[in-house]
Ligand binder design. Structure first.
Ligand code: PMP
Length: 375
């Protein structure tokens, strides 16, 4: 093979897919591994896309996004405490591209980016592609929260960004106001970007504290969101990136070079999504989370209190197996798939996703319980 970009030699595909594939190849296996809504995209959103196609909205949109959608997004975010203009928005190919543009756009090779772990595997992939250094900041000993002590110990002259995700994948934890104050007090006014991955903000029981209301951080904040999870639109590949206007003008160059613009008729449907009530789905995840927690309590497993997203992250270290062994045997011997913490640069925990029917959850948890008893 002819030489390729050297950064590609150290990139790997997410381990999550390895476990979901193993589950798919195992007859009768119940997968509690996949982090994607089991609901169809709400009908009004689908109808809006079909109508847009019939109106022949099939040509290029402006790079930034349909003006109507950028306006709706800025209205929505203003409602959440981030008063902003449509010029601060770029509509992206999911939060995946938003994160790519944000990180690629702010780092130079060798720059350091602090990432609390456990962490969504995409972060390392993007940072590797960018030639940046991911500085892992373990949060397990701090109850999966952020502390000033641990964060300040990670900050160096080379720190270019901090990447935060709340509600968190894989822990389901929501950063408290104290955690956010720790970040703000350490980085505001410094040449450090804060990239906020807020893809699960609507999937929580209460309001998720965010950094946008911290005025002092405004000029340093890059916000990534997605239509994937709240509106059950993972396959539509729609998300957005927001930040200070001047920086967004520059980051738009990267987005324009990557995808030019997102499909016009999909963006039209995204406007409808922002007006769609998703409380039924949110309530369903909340009910499922409560059920899983009750079952895990009965099994004597401990886990950080999940307050958002659709994940629960029980500890399994006491069973004497590595998290990878635990998950492999669980699939092979009990027919249930979970994702090992090692896929998120952690260990001793497994991620359980509530994206399945109540009956699949019940059977999956019965099987997990029997597996634990037999260990
Ligand atoms: N961030 C986190 C924390 C995620 O869990 C995901 C999807 N699993 C993404 C970003 C990417 O989402 P999207 O489908 O919008 O690209």
């Amino acid at each position: 093979m002819l030489p390729l970009n050297e950064n590609l030699s150290t990139m790997t595909l997410s381990g999550i897919r390895r476990f979901t594939s193993l589950a798919a190849q195992t007859p009768g296996c119940i997968s509690l591994a996949l982090g994607e809504p089991d609901f169809p995209t709400p009908e009004p959103i689908q109808a809006a896309a079909k109508a847009a196609l019939e109106e022949n909205l099939t040509h290029y949109a402006p790079n930034r996004g349909l003006p109507e959608l950028c306006r709706e997004i800025s209205r929505y975010e203003t409602g959440l405490g981030y008063d902003c203009t449509p010029n601060q928005v770029i509509v992206t190919a999911g939060a995946t591209e938003a994160l790519y543009v944000a990180l690629m756009g702010v780092v130079n090779p060798g720059d350091e980016v602090i990432v609390p772990t456990p962490a969504y595997p995409l972060y390392r992939s993007i940072l590797t592609a960018a030639g940046a250094v991911m500085v892992s900041m373990p949060t397990r000993e701090d109850g999966f929260q952020l502390t000033k002590e641990r964060l300040s110990a990670c900050i160096t002259e080379k720190t270019r960004a901090i990447l935060l995700n709340s509600p968190n994948n894989p822990t389901g934890a929501v950063y408290t106001r104290e955690s956010l104050e720790a970040v703000a007090s350490l980085v505001s006014g410094k040449p450090i970007w804060v990239v906020w991955d807020g893809v699960y903000n609507q999937l929580s029981e209460g309001t998720v504290p965010e950094l946008a209301p911290f005025r002092d951080l405004r000029e340093q904040l890059l916000l990534c969101r997605s239509f994937s999870k709240p509106y059950a639109m993972t396959g539509w590949r729609l998300g957005y990136l927001m930040g200070p206007e001047q920086a967004m003008e520059r980051l738009l160059l990267l987005h324009a070079a990557l995808v030019a613009a997102m499909p016009t008729f999909l963006q039209k449907a995204a406007v409808t999504a922002l007006h769609t009530d998703v409380s039924d789905m949110v309530e369903s995840y909340t009910r499922r989370r409560a059920y899983v927690c009750q079952r895990l309590d009965e099994m004597g497993l401990s886990y950080p209190k999940p307050e958002g997203a659709f994940y629960i992250y029980p500890e399994i270290a006491s069973f004497g197996l590595s998290d990878e062994e635990f998950c492999t045997r669980l699939i092979q011997e009990a027919g249930v798939a979970l994702v090992p913490g090692s896929c998120f640069e952690d260990k001793g925990h497994v991620r359980l996703s509530c994206c399945c029917s109540q009956s699949a959850l019940e059977t999956g948890l019965d099987r997990l319980e029997a597996f634990l008893k037999a260990l």
